[in-house]
Design a protein around this ligand. Structure first.
Ligand code: PEP
Ligand code: MG
Length: 862
């Protein structure tokens, strides 16, 4: 029913809890609007008709939209006139259009309550404060959007009551069911994010209660504040005719996650056990009784060092009030840019570590959409504070609430919130993008220190230099935090959740961090330091021996050598890859040069990066180490905001990779020019095009390469393609005529062959590159390449799996490119087998009915 009310106006005398004295609250129930402008004009005309504003104010409201975003959030928009037209306001009032079907306000933002504001004074802020409070109460807001009672809306906008707390009342709703949390790590951010998605998709508003605490499951923070642990029983409830279905659906999602949570916990435990075993089994024990702080082991190994206390990053965020409309737009833009950064991070992690780990980052990104957080920020802004200040306050307050609950899972989430919060702050004002680690002891005599901090953000941890830092100890944090993951990647022993006593330690004191046992030993004696050092030296010697092995080539027992390369995107990561045993770079994903920044790197800048890669690779025993640079693989899931690519319904099937390059010479040409300019300075450079489906694409791209090469008088370089689309694998022989080499992207080839979105965590287990269908396409590719004597590499995830690498070698693949840390295990596996055995293994694998049966051959493999 979309009828326009004949007499829409409710004047203050009708409103039982009227707005501030003299304010008019005008409400039009079940209105319709053809467009945003139509909605704004309707609201403006209501204000004109009620005598709140002079005619012409509607125009001013419409013009304002050109300079500011008036979408407040949660379906509420607040159009109002330009500051210079305040003279048109005769008395304060608001006109509310209830648009049940909504109207698109901005792309992706739909307004259902359009609140036109006429305000000559501070009453504007008062109105906004009420609105932002209302936004916090999602259930009430939803009721108002559906209500037939204009008085209810007038009352809601006239109330100045206390801000609701994030905890909803503890009574259950009409339909309820109980469930006992059986996730070993409790409700941490990743499953909470899935709960949130389920609640948002549910046909009725839900409530989750644990004891006296209850949460709105549409809010991630609200859910996390429950601090649910394994064994906690919750009651999920909902009202209305769809209430039962909503509860059942929600709990089905919660239950479905159990298996994966258990698997993850088992895998994490196995990793810790393996690390401990590698570090000498029983671990190190002091020889004398020492004072000790007990925490949670986060990254294995032992570190001795003087304490360097990282002062809690006391970031001074100036409070610089701005016009509310502009402030809203600034916040919106900063959140948009941060979301894009997070998309890049999720994408990168999915590729390097898999969809399971990337889901942790997705949960961090979800915090950006948390209504509690946004509303609190808006509230502070409407109170007259600056954007950056309000955001910083909101993050600090909510993170403070999470940390105060004394639950390690929540403490880890608080760190994530601070971290993502800092990204937004830097996006609001780049001057606020300060790190907190500038004062690390430096200089030639400075021994690596032990960092002591309240908590360390993932971003801070990622920038740590192991030459300056020996280990990490934090008062807060959890072993599943991003910081812990990064510390493990960096090989820095780390203990978290040591409590505030840790921070009482003075700078300069010596400690021993035991990342296996989760302990920090204080004031060790000289004898203890010596024995700990001997233990560290033993582990290091073992590692060095492994490293020596890593640098040996991967030659099978019958003398067949497989080229082993690394997937590396940045020059400063090359040294690590070489240390792990890489013989070159088989895949440099250049999209990360574009994804992580707000603009497109120019030709000169790109050339400098490619040259730096070549220089970092240097020469190996057989001359220049090879570098394969993949041309920009943008589009689809990899959105670069500043390129303004159109939104696609099925981005993985859209204008992606080579398809985009062929449409955007402004992206292709500078990259090719930069590559050929770099090639003129030497090195062993190859260019590779992603997502090739048909021969004409390759022919066109190749022709463009040749034109640019000739213009620059540059040397010819090999031009290869990725085989990622089944069509390309099937037509490998035709493509091989025009390509100098192939590199199989098993991540995409698996996705397209099995029709499984590679980012879908629910299907992650089924997206198995060992599926015989994928293996058969690889075999076809090798066969097709051979018709023109081309070599075939693999740079997708399968290359880094020792069993996968063995199979691929048996299938005839001659180069494997992988995440650097996978190299030692892959080399060891290949060295232990004969090519004949691997070919036999490949033959048997191709004959299997499914991925599980292929995997089962692993035990019998060499
Ligand atoms: C692949 O698809 O396997 C691949 C290596 O490319 P990306 O992961 O960058 O899509
Ligand atoms: Mg790919």
């Amino acid at each position: 029913m979309r009828e326009m009310q004949p007499n829409p106006a409710i004047l203050p005398e009708d409103a039982p809890h009227g707005a501030a004295a003299g304010d008019a609250v005008l409400v039009r129930i079940a209105a319709t609007a053809a467009s945003k402008e139509d909605a704004i004009r309707q609201a403006g005309q209501m204000l004109v008709a009620a005598g709140c504003v002079a005619p012409g104010y509607e125009d001013s409201m419409v013009r304002r939209e050109d300079v500011a975003n008036t979408f407040l959030g949660a379906g509420v928009a607040i159009p109002h006139g330009l500051g210079e037209d305040k003279g048109l306001v005769r008395r304060d009032g608001i006109a509310v259009l209830q648009l049940r079907d909504g109207v698109e306000w901005n792309p992706g933002q739909t307004a259902q309550l359009v609140v036109g504001i006429a305000a000559s004074s501070d009453s504007h802020i008062a109105i906004l404060r009420r609105l932002t409070r209302l936004i916090q109460d999602e259930a009430r807001l939803a009721a108002l959007i559906a209500s037939d009672d204009p008085h209810a809306i007038a009352r809601a906008l006239g109330e100045d009551g206390a801000a609701p707390t994030s905890a909803a009342p503890v009574a259950d709703l009409a339909h309820s069911a109980q469930w006992t949390v059986d996730y070993p790590a409790g409700l941490h951010a990743r499953p909470a994010s899935a709960w949130m998605d389920a609640a948002r998709a549910a046909p009725a508003a839900l409530r989750v209660r644990h004891g006296h605490d209850s949460a709105d499951p549409k809010s991630l923070v609200s859910l996390l504040q429950l601090g649910l642990k394994q064994g906690d029983t919750i009651t999920v409830s909902a009202d209305g005719p769809q209430g039962r279905a909503a509860v059942d659906q929600f709990l089905a999602v919660a239950r479905r996650l159990t298996a994966r949570e258990k698997e993850d916990a088992a895998r994490a435990a196995a990793k810790v056990a393996a690390a401990a075993a590698q570090n000498g089994g029983k671990g190190w024990q002091p020889e004398t009784p020492l004072a000790m702080l007990a925490g949670v082991a986060a990254s294995p190994g032992l570190a001795i060092g003087r304490v360097h206390v990282v002062a809690a990053a006391e970031l001074t965020v100036p409070d610089e009030p701005v016009d509310l409309g502009r402030g809203g737009a600034m916040l919106d833009e900063a959140l948009r840019r941060t979301r894009a950064q997070m998309t890049a991070l999720i994408d990168d992690t999915t590729r390097r570590l898999g969809a399971g780990d990337a889901a942790i980052f997705k949960a961090q990104a979800d915090l950006l959409d948390d209504t509690d957080l946004i509303t609190l920020t808006c509230q502070l802004m409407v109170e007259g504070h600056g954007v950056a200040w309000s955001w910083h306050q909101a993050v600090s307050r909510i993170a403070g609430q999470l940390s105060a609950l004394g639950n390690p899972v929540l403490a880890a989430r608080a760190a994530d919130l601070h971290d993502v919060g800092r990204r937004v702050l830097a996006a609001i004002d780049p001057a606020l993008a300060t790190g907190s680690l500038e004062t690390l002891p430096d200089g030639p005599d400075a021994a690596p220190c032990v960092l002591l901090a309240g908590d360390l953000s993932p971003s801070d941890t990622a920038t740590l230099d192991p030459a300056k830092v020996a280990g990490i100890a934090t008062a807060l944090g959890g072993p599943t935090s991003h910081s812990a993951i990064l510390a493990r990647t960096l090989g820095l022993p780390s203990v978290v959740a040591l409590g505030n006593d840790l921070l009482a330690l003075g700078a300069g004191a010596t400690v021993i961090v035991d990342g296996d046992a989760g302990r920090v030993w204080l004031d060790p004696t000289a004898a203890d330091i010596a024995s700990a050092q001997a233990w560290i030296d033993r582990i290091a010697a073992r590692r060095r021996a492994q490293e020596a092995e890593r640098s040996r080539p991967a030659i099978t027992t019958d003398g067949h050598q497989v080229a082993i390369a690394a997937n590396v995107n940045r020059p400063d990561s090359v040294a690590f890859a070489l240390a792990e045993g890489a013989e070159g770079v088989g895949l440099m994903r250049t999209e990360f040069l574009f994804l992580e920044r707000g603009d497109t790197p120019g030709e000169d800048e790109q050339e400098a990066i490619y040259r730096a890669m070549i220089t970092a690779l240097g020469d190996g025993p057989d001359g220049h180490r090879p570098l394969i640079v993949r041309a920009l693989d943008i589009g689809g899931d990899k959105q670069v905001p500043h390129l303004d690519l159109p939104t696609e319904e099925n981005p993985f099937l859209g204008v992606r990779g080579a398809r985009l390059l062929l449409r955007r010479p402004d992206l292709l040409d500078p990259q090719l020019r930069a590559l050929y300019r770099a090639a003129k300075h030497g090195g062993d450079l190859s260019i590779m095009f992603p997502m090739i489906t048909s021969t004409w694409e390759l022919q066109r791209l190749r022709a463009r390469c040749e034109e640019i090469r000739a213009e620059l008088d540059a040397p010819a370089v090999p031009i290869g393609i990725m085989i990622e689309v089944p069509a390309a694998a099937v037509q490998a022989a035709a493509l091989a005529e025009h390509a100098d080499f192939f590199s199989i992207g098993t991540n995409d080839l698996t996705q397209y062959t099995l029709a499984i979105d590679r980012q879908n965590p629910d299907l992650a287990a089924e997206a198995d590159s060992l599926h015989p269908a994928v293996l058969r396409l690889i075999a076809l590719t090798v066969e097709g390449a051979a018709t023109h004597g081309r070599w075939v590499g693999v740079c997708g995830g399968l290359a880094g799996d020792p069993f996968g690498a063995a199979l691929l070698t048996g299938l005839g693949v001659s180069e494997l490119s992988m995440t650097p840390r996978d190299i030692p295990a892959v080399k060891a596996r290949l060295r232990g087998a004969s090519l004949a055995d691997l070919q036999d293994l490949a033959r048997r694998a191709l004959a299997q009915p499914g991925a599980a049966q292929v995997r089962a051959l692993d035990a019998g493999a060499a």
